[in-house]
Ligand binder design. Structure first.
Ligand code: AGP
Length: 604
């Protein structure tokens, strides 16, 4: 959940580390720090808060040298203090760590050091140092220490006694090595390498690497040599910049028509009305034998799976679906029928709970297909097949364009599957047609309703409580709308199936709350309006998002005018994203880096 960087080469390590940390700041922004080595002397500078605070401090404190490590923190063990910030220094060891050392208390008791911080990481530094004292190489000391560790880690380590060398290792947390010209870079994800090199080695779990400016050697934890070839990383600097928008979140909401073109590119044939995905890697027979789909994800990825499951059941006549929350499913004694396939949904491709489910499902011999955005991520590398959703880098912690791309990719999978299961060709063609016009309809919906949503957001921004409500495909949209609002505006928001109102939630309706209804122009229109009437009867303040032209009584109605029917929930959700953005802005929040959150949850 933290971001780590490292550098060895001929540039000033301080500058490379700080620019890398800025790119990884969305992974955690409680505190930051760097340590460099200059002619045998190490420098360590840490600060509480964002990288900007660290940069300020670095203007006053020298931190020279061509080798160094850096860290931006999402606190797990120990409060947000400078002492708990990374890098940690014990004896001859300087270390940064992303992950959790679960048995740190036992190790701490055994080491009997005077620990300066409350962190698990300092214990790991002390453990490495305890072995390093025995005049063995840094690589050997790190290997010995890691064999004693239970938990997850991505680490980078140096010692003044081995100038020019960085030792890195991973288990459960992502770690990439950028191979440059006379320089080597380390990062938790590829965005920190852009602009320096396009050649990268993706370290696998249980691997250690010794890095110098001109060489990278990869080993197993037992120090057996492993032949690792660099791969070319995708993406460019422009993609990870704001492109003239004030915030990444607004950019990522407003660029969805473009990113969705990339998701759909080469995957729909408007002439034949068919959908096709290359990546699942399934034979025709395997496609025909699939009768159960389990969809796994966390947060927004889970809600994308939930919405997609409604469409899958409509498209594929003899298919059953289940959608599961990864953090629960990983510890359940679940059984999957033989004719199952699992869709592993993750924007980052690094979410620990989702990854654990993937491994549990593979153990049961069930095929796993990734619905992933980040290219080269761990989940993408471990699934049996799958699809990149090509939404481009998603920097803002609140996931928006990835949601739209994930739902779309799962509809494409269902559309392809339907061909092998006697799906209704007319319905398949209808979905294909709507997908083909969806990018332009998203653009139209956002442009036509932008100002109205902005005004509405200002009107409701003072509330501390909200309910989001929807029926059928609008139910997952209600859950997603509530998540977006709570995670960036800090308003307590809950999503509910409208039909559940009478079973409890309606008791909440009073002046403190406002209610957002997503009401679709479909066969459940009247039922959906039923919930609205019940809430208005109790004085609720109601906003309705709809694609219906029919009369609707509410405090505020936002109507979209689009030929899209089946996929209208995806369109209306973009307005929920915009609403949450402007409510958070009106409340003066940091919309790209909301408090207590991080973009990629690599710990349990
Ligand atoms: C969504 O806005 C949040 N950032 C969070 O719920 C996120 O969807 C969840 O952590 C899953 O992340 P993933 O898609 O990268 O696996």
């Amino acid at each position: 959940m933290c971001g780590i960087v490292g550098y060895v080469g001929n540039k000033a390590a301080r500058d490379v580390l700080v620019s890398g940390l800025k790119r990884l700041e969305y992974r955690g922004y409680d505190s930051a720090g760097i340590a460099t080595l200059d002619s045998g002397e190490a420098h360590l500078v840490r600060s509480v808060g964002k990288i900007a605070e660290l940069s300020k401090k670095l203007t006053k404190t020298p931190c020279d040298g061509n080798l160094g490590i850096g860290h931006t923190r999402w606190a797990t063990h120990g409060g947000v203090t400078e002492t708990n910030a990374h890098p940690h220094h014990v004896g001859r060891i300087y270390l940064v760590h992303n992950g959790i050392i679960e048995n740190y208390k036992e190790l701490k008791a055994e080491l009997k050091n005077n620990f300066a911080s409350d962190t698990d990481t300092e214990v790991l530094a002390a453990l490495i140092n305890s072995y390093y004292k025995d005049k063995i190489s840094l690589k050997d000391a790190v290997s010995k220490a890691l064999k004693r560790v239970r938990g997850t880690y991505g680490i980078a380590v140096f010692s003044p006694d081995e100038p020019g060398t960085l030792i890195v290792a991973r288990l459960g947390s992502p770690l990439i090595i950028g191979v440059g010209k006379n320089e080597t870079l380390i990062a938790s994800d590829a965005s920190a390498l852009l602009g320096y090199t396009r050649e990268a080695i993706y370290l696998n779990d249980g691997e250690i690497a010794a890095c110098t400016a001109n060489n990278v050697e990869v080993f197993s934890l037992n120090l057996e040599h492993i032949d690792s070839q660099p791969e070319t990383i995708e993406g460019n600097i422009e993609q990870i910049q704001k492109g003239g928008y004030e915030h990444f979140l607004l950019k990522e909401i407003m660029e969805q028509s473009t990113t969705l073109h990339n998701t759909l590119s080469g995957r729909i044939n408007s002439k034949t009305g068919k959908m096709h995905l290359g990546g699942p890697n399934l034979t025709e027979e395997e496609m025909r034998n699939i009768h159960h789909v389990v969809i796994v994800g966390c947060g927004t990825a889970y809600y994308a799976g939930l919405l997609a499951s409604y469409y899958m059941e409509r498209l594929v006549p003899d298919l059953t679906t289940e959608v599961v929350v990864a953090s629960e499913y990983r510890y359940r004694s679940f059984h999957l029928p033989k004719d199952s396939v699992a869709l592993i949904v993750s924007q980052s491709g690094e979410t620990a709970d989702t990854l654990a489910c993937l491994r549990e499902i593979k153990k049961r011999g069930v095929k796993t297909l990734g619905i992933v955005n980040v290219v080269g991520s761990t989940i993408a590398r471990e699934v049996d097949g799958g699809t990149y959703v090509h939404a481009g880098p998603e920097i803002s912690v609140a996931s928006t364009k990835a949601f739209t791309a994930q739902v779309t990719a799962m509809i494409l999978f269902a559309g392809m599957l339907a061909e092998y299961h006697g799906g209704d060709p007319k319905l398949i063609a209808e979905f294909t047609h709507e997908l083909s016009i969806l990018p332009d309809e998203i653009e139209k919906t956002l442009q036509n309703n932008h100002d109205k949503i902005k005004t509405l957001a200002k009107k409701y921004a003072k509330h501390e409580h909200a309910l989001y409500l929807g029926r059928d495909t609008a139910f997952p949209i209600a859950l997603e709308g509530a998540l977006k609002l709570k995670e960036i505006s800090y308003i307590h928001a809950e999503g509910y199936a409208s039909g559940e109102l009478k079973h409890g939630p309606i008791a909440l309706i009073d002046d403190r709350f406002f209610e957002v209804f997503t009401i679709l122009d479909d066969w459940l229109f009247d039922k959906a309006c039923g919930g609205l009437h019940e809430v208005r009867a109790r004085g609720g303040k109601t906003i309705v998002l709809t694609n219906s032209k029919k009369d609707i009584e509410a405090d505020d109605v936002v109507r979209i005018d689009s030929p899209i029917k089946l996929l209208a929930p995806i369109l209306l959700n973009t307005l929920q994203q915009l609403f949450a953005y402007y409510v958070a802005i009106a409340r003066g929040n940091d919309v790209d880096q909301p408090r207590n959150l991080a973009k990629s949850v690599t710990v349990e």
